[in-house]
Design a protein around this ligand. Structure first.
Ligand code: ZN
Length: 72
């Protein structure tokens, strides 16, 4: 699954298929997640916009997904 920027539709990162438990694993280097105190976010490498991430913890790991991507 390609995760794209909501601003410019550029590729942010790519994940393997989402597992049954909702967990995702990134292909290659995972994006750096920044935190400004209230929000966790990644910065789009294309348009530099801030893409807010929400926690999507699973039994296996603490994860994040972009807030504009629907979880399972
Ligand atoms: Zn962008």
């Amino acid at each position: 699954m390609q995760v794209k920027c909501p601003g410019c539709s550029g590729l942010l990162y790519e994940t393997h298929q989402i597992a049954a438990d909702g967990s995702q694993s990134t292909l290659g280097k995972p994006p750096t997640i920044h935190n400004d105190g209230d929000d966790a976010y990644i910065t789009c490498p294309h348009c530099k916009s801030k893409v807010v991430m929400v926690r999507s913890d699973t039994s296996a790991a603490i994860g994040f997904r972009p807030s504009h991507i629907k979880g399972t």
